[in-house]
Design a protein around this ligand. Sequence first.
Ligand SMILES: CC(C)(COP(=O)(O)OP(=O)(O)OC[C@H]1O[C@@H](n2cnc3c(N)ncnc32)[C@H](O)[C@@H]1OP(=O)(O)O)[C@@H](O)C(=O)NCCC(=O)NCCS
Length: 123
Amino acid sequence: MLRKVGYNFILKTPVRIEEAGGAAPALALAPMAVLPSCQDQGIGSALVKHGLNECRKLGHKIVVVVGHPEYYPRFGFAKAGEKGLKLPFEAPDEVFMVLELVPDALSGVKGTVEYPPAFHAVT
Ligand SMILES: CC(C)(COP(=O)(O)OP(=O)(O)OC[C@H]1O[C@@H](n2cnc3c(N)ncnc32)[C@H](O)[C@@H]1OP(=O)(O)O)[C@@H](O)C(=O)NCCC(=O)NCCS
């Protein structure tokens, strides 16, 4: 059982939202994966909810994700482009989403989300 659970994971990666006046901190919800034989049992949802709660406890305010547009809105994610955020690489608008962990966290924050170099290697 422990071995199976070990294949299901979610990581939070620090990113920065680069704006004209400076940079705002944020987290990217990635990568995440659930073992195929364990999918559709609520494990992914539990990982996302737990991950977001951890982010809140640590005082983070903004979480972005590049992922399935049918999956993440159920956790409160909305289209990031409509909130003034951009990706530094090409991707369909609908896969780039953002969640404000506190009200108005994005107020006055607009710009390009800068990911660590490792993410550019896989895009
Ligand atoms: C996406 C993923 C993490 C979901 O994990 P999971 O444990 O199967 O998710 P849950 O059991 O909590 O939720 C299942 C729901 O997610 C939906 N879902 C699963 N994969 C999906 C996908 N690729 N696109 C859209 N929805 C998806 C299911 O249809 C199901 O919807 P329902 O609740 O309306 O029936 C898992 O499918 C996975 O690891 N996929 C491969 C890696 C990956 O894509 N990682 C995410 C990168 S954004």
